[in-house]
Write a protein that binds this ligand. Sequence first.
Ligand code: T3D
Length: 255
Amino acid sequence: MSVLLSEQKDQVLTLTLNRPESVNAMTTELLIALDTALEQARDPGIRAVLLRGSGRGFCSGQDLREQLRHCHSYGEHLRRYNSVVERIVSLPKPVVAAVHGAAAGAGMSLALACDFRIVSADAFFTTGFSRIALVPDSGMTFTLPSMVGRAKAFELMATSERLTPEQALSLGIVNRVVPAEAFEQEAANYAQALAQGPTMTLGFIKQALYRGAHSSLGEMLALEAELQELAGATLDHQEGVKAFWEKRAPKFQGK
Ligand code: T3D
């Protein structure tokens, strides 16, 4: 059985981390498979990506057994994680993390790199790194403080305390919490709804929000003008305006 399951349906690419025996701990093999799948997700026929885990949880971070066996250089190894995170962030379409059970260590980082987090009522988050005396990685030192502020991020990183879905929701880490029995369907429905959106514009919004995290107001005003030129030239913009005047829901094509 492959360590990453990939299924494309109705313009949604669902990627399932598939190492349930270790709560989908990340091995080199899984990182390479995920990296390749995310590269393929640039195909314009795919308009949203749903990332989930099989079995009892989302992802437990680095596989600590593999780490023991290989005694790898951490800095070198992180290049693979970094590539995966960069691919998610630079993908010009929405990426939804569907989190149930544990999201720990780099598993939490992976969820935070996505654009939307829909979580089951049985989920929990733990930064986890400090428990094994490591520094949070895979982008967490960037993503988490931007969601919760630096003071709270330090607390969560220093203590590795477990966050319930409600705590994560009130901190702004997750977007939606759904009952465990409805979770899979709700996550699929949400990704499907996003895939019907104005895909190119969603990609521009994503790009602007990331740029905004380290730019001045003047730079962002310039970028907004640049991106608005591009969004305004899409067929979806024409369709959105037409639908408004015709008093109906728009039918976007992602073009
Ligand atoms: O270069 C580098 O390598 C640096 C990169 C670092 C990135 C990182 O992600 S560092 C952080 C690594 N992750 C952790 O430290 C988390 C370790 N796991 C846990 O804390 C807990 O297992 C969980 C909170 C994730 C889940 O708890 P729970 O109670 O739901 O499950 P469990 O019973 O602890 O685990 C179930 C099985 O999965 C168990 O195996 P067993 O005993 O049934 O054979 C456990 O050993 C295995 N497992 C869980 N996490 C990992 C793992 N096996 C390997 N690696 C893991 N990370």
